[in-house]
Ligand binder design. Structure first.
Ligand SMILES: [Zn+2]
Length: 497
């Protein structure tokens, strides 16, 4: 087909749409606003301390948009340091892909998993990209030379210089995507601890700088015809006494505060993860995310909750666990609508929270016992299912852990292949076993996948050969073992292959 032909037919169909549908035409007008992105990274900033601090500009962003508390990994997956943290936010993949495990960046795979500004330059070279950072490794190493402008602020100027450069760019130039990193909250955390007044004062200081950048955006002569997605985030948290790198819950903290036309004012969400920053920026600029890129991030503008996430309001506080704070939610044994748990072969006794499959959160589950690799469960989101023989066996029990998580019947096409997709994480010790079985129209389940070795956090895709005549498929995730380790399941679906 000639390009002239295709252009003509496109014009014809566009004209037909405009004539046929008034509402579509108004959508088209709204979409005609120029999309732009501003990402502001506040090194080592804790969301709960933002709430404690005098931070009117961040408070205003939260009131106008989305607040999403989130958490990251710990060793041995990766330490809670700036190198892995910023690399994750900026590339949209977790450290097992970008391979930054410390602040030396040795072994980084930025050629395979580039920063989001580089992806923008590759997809839409005419767009203007700008990065400025108080911490030079970001603009020297993480962002590539494909970015139009990269500025590492001289250390004598620190966050003041970073802010003034960002403000000048946002106010006087015409950038499409801007990344800014401010460092002083982390500095205060190291010097005085996150529990200190100095840390709150530093939050107040960067809040003022955030306000200057937001004001610069709003002062643009073309602001009314622009569509800004503004995201504020952090690379890791801090301990009360000061410091990070370890596995404690405060060190593993991050967040996204975001304002944009598709985000609901005052919304709070628990499904947002660190790589979503890059994915959201790309999506906002109309760049289609190619599955071949292997991004772990999802656009925050396109929430995709799974069945387990609906359980969050009914999660309860601890029963037998002692390491989890009394106020922390939570867990439930009650599955979501359509799901069931078969505990007919399950042993008795043990720790109540983990008797058979449970539905829980990263906070509750990792606080059950730190430093046993549960922190590496980075691809599960919000509420997920866990079978944890290790924690169950921490109280007197008899029998073995034998529990099956059973899905609703998914519609399938007889005789056609289908894809079973789920997010998983499995830590092994014999005689433990994880089995995935599928039953068509209630027939005897057949095993389609078995876990008997450590399996890092991943999205699994299993091709199913749907028998002729079959109309539905149910999945069973059966964990058998005892005082061994655990298995995580999240985000299950069966769709045509
Ligand atoms: Zn630090």
């Amino acid at each position: 087909m000639s390009s002239r032909m295709s252009r003509r037919s496109l014009l014809a169909s566009a004209a037909g749409l405009a004539l046929a549908a008034g509402p579509l035409a108004s959508v088209a007008r709204a979409a005609a606003k120029t999309p732009k992105v501003l990402v502001i990274g506040l090194d080592g900033t804790l969301l709960n301390r933002v709430k404690d601090a005098d931070a009117p500009n961040l408070d205003a962003l939260m009131a106008a948009g989305l607040t999403a508390p989130s958490s990251i990994y710990a060793n041995p997956f990766a330490p809670t340091l700036s190198g892995p943290g910023w690399s994750t936010l900026i590339t949209g993949v977790w450290p097992d892909k970008h391979n930054v495990k410390d602040n030396t960046f040795t072994g980084q795979k930025f050629a395979q998993y580039p920063d989001f500004l580089t992806r923008i330059e590759t997809a839409k070279p005419s767009l203007s990209t700008y990065a400025v950072s108080s911490w030079a490794p970001l603009t020297d190493t993480v962002f590539s030379s494909k970015v139009d402008t990269r500025v590492s602020t001289p250390s004598a100027e620190y966050d003041t210089g970073t802010t003034s450069r960002a403000v000048a760019q946002l106010r006087d130039a015409n950038p499409d995507a801007v990344f800014v990193q401010l460092d002083n909250v982390d500095h205060a955390g190291h010097s005085y601890g996150a529990a200190s007044q100095q840390y709150l004062d530093a939050v107040h200081g960067v809040d003022t700088q955030v306000g200057q950048m937001v004001a610069a955006v709003k002062s643009r002569a073309t602001y009314a015809s622009e569509d800004w997605l503004i995201m504020v985030t952090a690379d890791h948290g801090h301990t009360d006494a000061g410091g990070h790198g370890g596995s404690s819950w405060p060190e593993r903290q991050t967040f996204m505060i975001a304002t944009g036309p598709t985000l609901t004012a005052g919304a709070v969400r628990y499904d947002v993860k660190m790589p979503d920053i890059a994915a959201s920026a790309l999506a906002h600029l109309g760049i289609a995310i190619d599955p071949a890129w292997g991004l772990d991030g999802r656009p925050v503008q396109q929430p995709a909750p799974d069945d387990f996430d609906a359980l969050r309001p009914q999660l309860a506080t601890r029963v037998d666990e002692t390491g989890i704070g009394a106020a922390v939610i939570g867990f439930t044994h009650t599955p979501p609508s359509g799901w069931s748990v078969d505990n007919s072969a399950m042993g008795t006794g043990g720790v109540t929270e983990w008797r058979g499959w449970s539905f829980t959160t990263d906070e509750f589950w990792t606080k059950a016992q730190a430093d046993q690799n549960r922190e590496g469960n980075i691809r599960a989101r919000n509420v997920f299912a866990v079978a944890d023989g290790d924690e169950w066996a921490d109280k007197a029990f008899s029998g073995s852990f034998d529990s099956a998580l059973v899905s609703p019947p998914y519609p399938v096409t007889a005789g056609a292949p289908a894809t079973l997709t789920y997010t998983t994480y499995y830590r092994h010790e014999a005689p433990q076993k994880g089995e995935v079985l599928v039953s068509y129209d209630g027939a005897a389940p057949v095993t389609v996948k078995t876990y008997t070795a450590d399996t890092s956090s991943r999205v699994e895709k299993v091709t199913l050969q749907v028998p002729s005549g079959a109309r539905t498929a149910r999945v069973r995730f059966r964990y058998t073992g005892g005082n061994n380790w655990y298995w995580v399941i999240d985000d299950v679906s069966i769709k045509p292959a």
